[in-house]
Design a protein around this ligand. Structure first.
Ligand code: GDP
Length: 526
């Protein structure tokens, strides 16, 4: 097959949701369709339950599981699907944000009872940064949920994206009858079942009395009224708008009952984009360029503390990746040999000889690779769009064992490269402050420092509200600002300047007082 054909048959995406909306369940059903797993219950949830908040072993166990489910590759109707797992637990949100830089589109799961939740909003913001195309799946229709029109309005309002229903539910909860596909003009009747999928009943004309026979007169009447309203209010589905991230097609269903999932998947493979062109520091690289290129978006430490082997996840962006070849590591400015690359299929990992744009390859690494690293066949470019986000909780790292300073530094630096947290080093006094998205991460860091590096650290809470990356068109103004706020200036892992704001109000005041300084909440800005 040619490079172009390999590209056209690939879909690389992620499923995002607020915890408990049904991401794991949907993932499992999709894998069933791909024949990648045989029975329900085979996908281990990679999420960490709330009750496990301080249970180390649970976290460690989850870490093991999540390597296996990090990338799930499967085939469905001639399409090679790469599904990238995104941790649902909000304490690991940063990991999810980064994974979203490696996908070409997403499916967003929304609970019809709860509607748009806080984590959905945050994830959507990340999608919007790159105009990632989004398909919505409104789940749990077998429950008494909210009015579907109300849900659509809420999505438009809170997620700031236009929607276009492509299917429509007939009732909900106990009275749930099924969904009508506006796309295929067919009716799917709901029978609670976990494995089988009924074929749809074709209803070419919504006024056909067949509809009344299947769903009852009142339901048919309501559906006709709803459809009329939808066709009147929402413009026709425009695939270009979807691909530009302007409109999200919406499906209704019930993942646990495997209802509405096949329609979702069939539409997904038809409309979702194959590997898209990607931006680098120098130019946009097209997937069908013959020369290989890709970037590392995730690093996963191995479970065995005696071997510091790590798996780096490489997203292939252009050309063909061949195992055993030498590729140019842009940050090191040297060529590296990749003899042990692994492909991810749904249940196991296997050695891969070649991989194509959209594929994710696992590379064993002994501590050299870093998130954001770019590999090419020699071109000096770096893939962009893998930003760090300002953490929410900050603590100073205090070394509790003077004999193990080196171990602590090494451990910290490796954990930061894995993206577990962010390290900020103050300009004055070189104080080291770790910032995380969720409190759980401190416990993970402390535990892993001890367990893997034999270093003992304590974390002292800091009164910091946000880390803001700073820039200015005027270097003199920037220097003046740094001078006047010296005690609050730090550098991130890449040496970028960061202003550590103590409170929202104070940040606002500083922003007002220094209008020439730009304050950014992510590490990447133009
Ligand atoms: P995640 O946290 O988003 O991965 O959510 P899960 O897939 O683990 O689902 C959370 C809970 O919702 C589980 O108990 C599921 O069985 C349940 N669930 C998932 N889909 C449905 C559905 O369609 N209807 C109902 N009633 N429950 C569902």
């Amino acid at each position: 097959m040619s490079l172009e054909q390999e590209i056209q048959k690939r879909r690389t995406f992620g499923i995002i949701s607020h915890p408990d909306a049904g991401k794991t369940t949907l993932t499992e059903k999709l894998l069933l369709f791909g024949g990648a797993i045989q029975k329900a219950g085979a996908v281990k949830s990679s999420k960490i339950k709330d009750h496990a908040r301080s249970d180390w072993m649970e976290i460690e166990k989850q870490r093991g599981i999540s390597v296996a489910t990090s990338v799930m590759g499967f085939n469905y109707k001639d399409v090679k699907i790469n599904l990238l797992d995104t941790p649902g637990h909000q304490d690991f949100a940063e990991d999810t944000y980064r994974t979203l830089t490696a996908v070409d589109s997403v499916i967003m799961v929304i609970d019809c009872v709860k509607g748009v939740e806080i984590q959905t909003e945050k994830l959507m913001e990340v999608c919007r940064m790159r105009n990632t195309p989004v398909i919505c799946f409104i789940n749990k229709l077998d429950r008494e949920g909210r009015d579907p029109f109300e849900l659509l309005d809420e999505i438009e309002e809170k997620l700031n994206i236009k929607v276009r229903p492509l299917s429509w539910p007939i009732n909900m909860g106990k009275a749930f009858k099924g969904v009508y596909s506006l796309y295929e003009k067919s009716l799917h009747l709901f029978t609670p079942s976990k494995t089988t999928v009924e074929e749809g009943i074709e209803i070419k004309d919504i006024n056909d009395t067949l509809l009344d026979d299947y769903v009852g007169e009142n339901n048919a009447k309501q559906l006709r009224a709803d459809i009329e309203l939808i066709e009147g209010v929402y413009p026709d589905f425009d695939i270009e708008d979807y691909l530009e991230g302007k409109v999200a097609p919406v499906f209704f269903g019930s993942a646990v009952n495997n209802f509405g999932v096949k329609e979702l998947l069939d539409t997904f493979i038809r409309v979702a984009p194959p590997p898209i062109p990607r931006e680098t520091t120098a130019r946009i690289i097209e997937p069908n360029e013959n020369k290989f290129s890709g970037f590392i978006f995730k690093i996963h430490a191995n479970m065995d503390p005696k071997h510091r082997n790590r798996i780096a996840f490489l997203r292939i962006c252009s050309g063909k990746f061949e195992r055993g070849s030498n590729y140019y590591h842009v940050r090191f400015d040297k060529s590296l040999r990749f003899s042990n690359a692994t492909a991810f299929m749904a249940q196991d990992r296997e050695t891969v000889d070649e991989a194509w744009p959209g594929d994710i390859v696992g590379i064993y690494d002994t501590g050299n690779l870093k998130i954001g690293d770019t590999l090419t066949e020699g071109e000096k470019v770096l893939y962009t769009g893998i930003p760090s986000f300002s953490p929410e909780i900050f603590k100073e790292v205090v070394n509790m064992d003077a004999m193990k300073t080196k171990q602590l530094e090494k451990g910290l630096s490796q954990l930061m490269e894995e993206g577990v947290a962010q390290l900020f080093t103050y300009e004055l006094g070189k104080k080291k402050v770790v910032g995380v998205v969720g409190a759980l991460q401190f416990e993970v860091i402390q535990f892993r420092l001890k367990n893997e590096y034999n270093a003992t650290a304590q974390f002292v809470p800091q009164n910091i509200y946000k880390a803001c990356w700073i820039s200015s068109k005027d270097p003199k103004k920037l220097a003046e600002f740094i001078e006047s706020k010296q005690r609050h200036i730090a550098r991130d892992k890449d040496g970028k300047l960061v202003f550590m704001a103590e409170s929202r109000a104070w940040l606002q005041m500083v922003q007002d007082n220094f209008p020439e300084i730009h304050f950014h909440f992510t590490s990447e800005f133009k």
